[in-house]
Design a protein around this ligand. Structure first.
Ligand code: RIB
Ligand code: NA
Length: 294
């Protein structure tokens, strides 16, 4: 069976809800606190797993109770955790999240995610290469991302890079991947330009820009703009919406669907996911997405 390999971060999300996010220097009262599974890598793996795909997760956790909880959670969502490394004496990745009414802020402590180094990748390389699609984000060391991109490129894999959180991406890396999926802010940082249309025309069917409530954009090979408007739905928590989109997009690509249909599917999944609290809360099953697309 065809598979997806996610190489990325695994975090515990310490999520505080408040009526709004505080402004600089301000203290406000919160409403609740929860410890819930997150991390962009794990989130994208769970998104794909819930949609029924065969997913292998590659990453690291610490030898603490959060690590154990997070590995169990991946398993419960149908993600294979056989190759996750438990690193002694290191803390599992942690994200401190504030969820306001319409937005959120996130501070990350990488912890064990920094142990996802080239040496670890070399030890699981043959396992990664069992997958047709490789999915990466920006919460592991840059060097590792570049190594995996090269590996995927040399072996004719479909590589999806979700460049979040924002940092620069080398031109050579962009050339070697199949899809780059930044939001607007990440696009500006990566390309040093806000000419989104021009950029998408330069990278047709490769650069996919997510624009929150304005939906998702790309340009097809004949230069026509593709825009899939955001789903009209009640928003409870947008944390992980981008991750749902990437995980779902990976599933569509694995199934050989064309880019427009893949984006409709991914956008629908992301729209459904914001209806529930937590990065992984609300990530839909395949049938839920299909029903919503009818
Ligand atoms: O994309 C959302 C994720 O970003 C959260 O789950 C948090 O862990 C951070 O990595
Ligand atoms: Na959610």
């Amino acid at each position: 069976m065809k598979k997806i390999a996610v190489v990325g971060s695994i975090n515990m999300d310490m999520t505080v809800t408040a009526d709004r996010i505080p402004s600089k220097g301000e203290t406000i009262k919160g409403n609740s606190i929860s410890y819930i599974p997150g991390g962009k890598g794990a989130n994208q793996a769970v998104a794909a797993g819930r949609l029924g795909a065969d997913v292998d997760m590659f990453g690291c956790v610490g030898d603490d109770s959060f690590g154990e909880t997070l590995v169990n959670n991946l398993n419960e969502n149908g993600v294979c955790t056989d190759y996750i490394k438990k690193v002694a004496g290191v803390s599992t990745g942690l994200a401190v999240i504030t969820v306001g009414e319409n937005d959120n802020t996130i501070v990350i402590l990488a912890g064990a995610n920094d142990c996802v180094d080239v040496e670890y990748i070399k030890s699981v390389e043959d396992k990664i290469l069992e997958s047709e699609v490789i999915v990466l984000q920006h919460e592991i060391p840059q060097e590792t991302i570049e190594y995996v991109v090269e590996l995927g490129y040399r072996n004719n894999k479909i590589v999806i890079l979700n460049p979040a959180p924002a940092r620069e991406v080398k031109r050579d890396i962009i050339d070697k991947i199949s899809y780059l999926t930044p939001n607007e802010h990440e696009t500006s940082i990566i390309f040093g330009s806000d000419d989104f249309e021009g950029l998408m025309k330069k990278y047709p069917e490769k650069l996919i820009i997510t624009m929150g409530s304005r939906g998702v954009y790309s340009v097809d090979r004949i230069g026509e703009i593709i825009n899939i408007p955001a789903l009209k739905t009640e928003v409870v928590d947008t944390t992980g919406a981008g991750d749902t989109l990437n995980g779902a997009f990976a599933v569509s690509v694995l199934n050989g669907v064309n880019i427009k249909e893949a984006l409709v599917f991914a956008n629908t999944a992301a729209g459904i996911s914001v209806g529930k609290f937590g990065a992984q809360g609300g990530m839909p099953t395949y049938d839920e997405v299909m029903n919503r697309m009818k």
